[in-house]
Design a protein around this ligand. Structure first.
Ligand code: TTP
Ligand code: MG
Length: 358
């Protein structure tokens, strides 16, 4: 059944990592601030808006950022602090709103269709978050996720913008097609090949031409986006309770060194995945399937939470050595579980959609 009225908001914390740093170092307020690792391959994670004026941006090599803005204060990232700050902000939001879909450490979609006064609620929420945490939220409001996200992203920092679909289609018409979520650099390049640079040009493009280049389905989808048609739902996402990686060998493996190399590779991959999601786990398990299909798992829970591939590998190797497979191995896997932030998992709202396991 079609809903009479959809009100979706997209919330994104302004200059997130930099704001967390400024909260505990207020003396740096107003100065250009860059959060970046050190070393020759370090990149900028974020920069305060003062530093962005010098052309500094996320994902830029730190060395280039320093060259563009030599007076900037450069701090090393403190992921633990960011995780905590993120938890503070989203717990406050969850106190007021049931239907939330997290979209990363500093952004989320809210479905406020059932709220009698959604704009007033959001105003109060933004003020409360600022008062309690010192963080500023940018808010986009619209009939869809697409309108809400495009609005918050385009008007940040400190955005608070509501738009109808028609207003968004008119307002963003002169903007580069890339403002539309789902149009990345590759699609933008292919569109440019057809002479389509802007959202407006995509709106007006010939459907046949687009279908020839992208296929009918994608052409339709692209043009719908350009007109800001989007009926995707805000779906509360239950964060995966464990992550795993496993390999089935092309031929069964009896050699311990080969098994160990495979474990180390999978542990490194899991560590990377955890760091990318700023999560840490405490239980490490292995799964071994022998050539006769005997399958065993062995697990250990360690003292401290970890996101390090080396730590995961060390425990996994110990477990493997202790088990010491008596027959050639057909499949080997590593799993991590017992995440640090499990108690922060969304528990309210339906439907629940499980993400992964790998
Ligand atoms: P964003 O919301 O994209 O950026 P931001 O919050 O720093 O700034 P704003 O929203 O005001 O534009 O990302 C949130 C955090 O994620 C950011 O503070 C740092 C981290 N991040 C990276 O580590 N690498 C990146 O390339 C990006 C884009 C973000
Ligand atoms: Mg942000």
């Amino acid at each position: 059944m079609a809903q009479a009225r959809r009100v979706i908001a997209h919330l994104d914390i302004d200059a997130f990592y930099a704001s967390v740093e400024l909260r505990r170092r207020p003396e740096l307020r107003g100065l250009p601030l860059i959060v970046a690792g050190s070393g020759p391959r370090a990149v900028v994670t974020t920069a305060s808006y003062e530093a962005r004026r010098f052309g500094v941006n996320s994902a830029m090599p730190a060395a280039r950022a320093r060259a563009l803005c030599p007076d900037a204060v450069v701090l090393a990232p403190d992921f633990e602090a960011y995780r905590r700050a993120s938890g503070e902000v989203w717990s406050l939001v969850r106190e007021q709103v049931q239907l939330i879909q997290s979209a990363g450490i500093d952004e989320a979609y809210l479905d406020l269709s059932e709220e009698p006064f959604p704009v007033a609620l959001l105003r109060r929420l933004v003020a409360r978050v600022h008062e309690r945490t010192g963080m500023t939220l940018s808010v986009g409001i619209g009939p869809s996720r697409l309108v809400a996200k495009t609005a918050s992203a385009s008007f940040k920092p400190a955005a608070f913008v509501a738009m109808s679909r028609e207003q968004a289609a008119a307002h963003f018409a002169p903007h580069a097609a890339r403002v539309l979520q789902g149009i990345g650099p590759k699609t933008a390049e292919r569109l440019a090949g057809l002479g389509i640079q802007t959202v407006g040009q995509l709106q007006a493009a010939s459907a046949e031409l687009l279908a020839q280049r992208f296929g009918e389905r994608m052409a339709c989808e692209l043009q719908a986006r350009a007109h800001f048609h989007d009926d995707s739902l805000v779906e509360p996402v239950r964060i995966a309770k464990s992550r795993s990686s496993e390999v089935t060998f092309p031929t069964d493996v009896a050699d311990a060194a080969t098994l160990e190399r495979a474990l180390i590779g999978m542990a490194a991959e899991l560590g990377e995945g955890l760091r990318a999601r700023t999560r840490r786990a405490r239980t490490i398990a292995i799964k071994v399937r022998l050539d006769d299909w005997t399958t065993v798992t062995r697990a250990r829970t360690i003292e401290c939470f970890t996101d390090s591939g080396e730590t995961i590998a060390a425990v996994a190797l110990e477990l493997l050595q202790a088990y010491s497979p008596a027959r050639p191995v057909r499949l080997l896997g590593v799993r991590v579980a017992s995440f640090e932030d499990e108690s922060d998992m969304p528990t309210r709202g339906t439907p629940v959609q499980l993400v992964l396991p790998l």
